[in-house]
Write a protein of this length. Structure first.
Length: 78
């Protein structure tokens, strides 16, 4: 299983699972980072985290949070 942390800039994914609990999980869900959502890795942060694009929004994730989000590669034809 791949996580957001494995993604490189420009790669497209679909969120499969968010392996976090409590407030942190709820906040990501409120921002629209829900299972099934298409995301694109926009950049790699200074300390190894990822900046992902979700629609028109950009969300910065630290490395631990990015590692907890399981993703599947987005098909080229979608």
């Amino acid at each position: 299983m791949r996580s957001v942390l494995d993604g490189k800039p420009g790669e497209n994914f679909r969120v499969e699972r968010i392996g976090l609990l409590g407030r942190q999980r709820r906040r990501l869900l409120e921002m629209g980072l829900i299972p099934g959502a298409p995301i694109t890795v926009a950049a790699i942060g200074a300390f190894g985290g990822r900046i992902v694009r979700l629609g028109e929004a950009r969300i910065a994730l630290d490395a631990a949070t990015a590692r907890a989000i399981t993703v599947a590669a987005e098909s080229a034809h979608e």
